[in-house]
Design a protein around this ligand. Structure first.
Ligand SMILES: [Zn+2]
Length: 113
């Protein structure tokens, strides 16, 4: 159960999330359009498309949680995520403390050798 002031803050974030969703949807639609047949499909484009649709997924999940409860609560420590963190990362599902405390990485990403 949210407190009243928390609820008001979440209302602001809802607007923010909807704006983000609209922007990502537009971006995906533009990426989806066939470019001129002269230029081959570039790797950049599909990378950008994948990244955008992943962000859109995050936004959708956040909006769903906002409607059904559980938004703004850290998935790991189950505390309220500070509102200033949510303002910067509206789709965050972890508080800054937990998202900084990374689990031991199963796979390392290294460039080159
Ligand atoms: Zn946490």
């Amino acid at each position: 159960m949210y407190t009243l002031s928390r609820q008001r803050e979440l209302d602001v974030l809802r607007v923010l999330l909807q704006e983000h969703r609209g922007r990502y949807r537009t971006q995906l639609r533009l990426l989806d359009q066939p470019q001129s047949q002269q230029s081959p499909r570039t790797l950049d484009r599909s990378t950008l498309e994948a990244a955008t649709s992943r962000r859109l997924d995050d936004i959708e999940r956040a909006l769903h949680a906002l409607e059904h409860g559980g938004y703004g609560v850290c998935a790991r420590c189950v505390r309220d995520i500070p509102i200033d963190h949510l303002a910067r990362h509206p789709a965050a599902n972890q508080c800054p403390v937990c998202s900084n405390a990374r689990p031991p990485a199963p796979a390392e990403h290294r460039h080159g050798g």
